[in-house]
Write a protein that binds this ligand. Sequence first.
Ligand code: NAD
Ligand code: LMR
Length: 328
Amino acid sequence: MTKPAMRVAVTGAAGQIGYSLLFRIANGDMLGKDQPVILQLLDITPALPAVKGVVMELEDCAFPLLQGVVVTDDPNVAFKDVDCALLVGARPRSKGMERKDLLEANGAIFTVQGKALNDHAKRDVKVLVVGNPANTNAYIAQQSAPDLDPNCFTSMLRLDHNRALSQIAAKTGKPVSSIEKLCVWGNHSPTMYADYRFATIDGKSVKDMINDHDWNANTFLPTVGKRGAAIIEARGLSSAASAANAAIDHVRDWVLGTNGKWVTMGIPSDGSYGIPEKTQFGFPVTCANGKFEIVKGLEIDAFSQERINVTLDELMGEREGVKHLLGK
Ligand code: NAD
Ligand code: LMR
């Protein structure tokens, strides 16, 4: 029997990530090959003609799972009854800009969208914020939606997680698929802390296999942390297909579960590992039955604590910088 369609809102639908993302959602890569979807696409008014062009292309793919498409410049329409919302729409960073430069430009978007989600989305909506600065935007949206469970709101650290997987696969010569128990702590920014201390490949410790603290501190972490900037430098545009891919991975795992495997999600802290409650922070999680759960009880050594403190301090600074948007 055919399942009822799930409504998926995507903001910034005319943008470059949107162009990689929408076709994969409509193809069943995110919610399953047996799950019909209705896409609810939001962009600003001047971008609507471009969104309509993308919709023509979606139609021309004749995706069997795509049951409808809504195009709008009104968040109240875009988020009506949605099961999932991917908040991509925001101004991307250009050469020389840091994420904090985006705070002011993009923060205001997320108060409006948080409120619209609060008023119109399903009560168990799964929201993923991709638009940068992703953690703080997710925090703003969550704070603007007092009637929704804070755990409806997540932010994207999965691209950092996937980047880290790829670097470790290259270093060890082992396939990406063999690496388990990797995680990325903190902010989606160069301060993130990709942590392979608990990671295993075929049951063996990745830390022991690599056994090179200098590589960790001076090659691996800077490579993963500065990857976004390296892509902007090389392409003249920020990452798009890999960001869309990470968004698909994040929502798929949240909705369909991880079978006990660890993944990284930016989620509102429950106070674990000393991270203040509600801070949108990258944690190792497992997902089952549509819910995520933080992997608890991991030992945090001195080097890791120092890295976690740096990324947390940055997030606290960002939060301070958007207080005025939240009337605090
Ligand atoms: P883009 O400029 O190609 O597209 C952004 C789209 O958002 C445009 O169509 C724009 O009109 C739209 N938009 C702007 N304001 C809007 C609003 N208020 N409501 C709805 N739509 C709005 O940018 P992109 O390359 O697709 O990137 C989008 C965002 O994703 C950027 O903030 C970028 O920095 C971020 N990003 C995040 C990650 C991550 O890992 N978290 C990775 C890559 C990019
Ligand atoms: C990325 O990590 O590729 C994106 O967040 C884009 C950026 O500004 O770094």
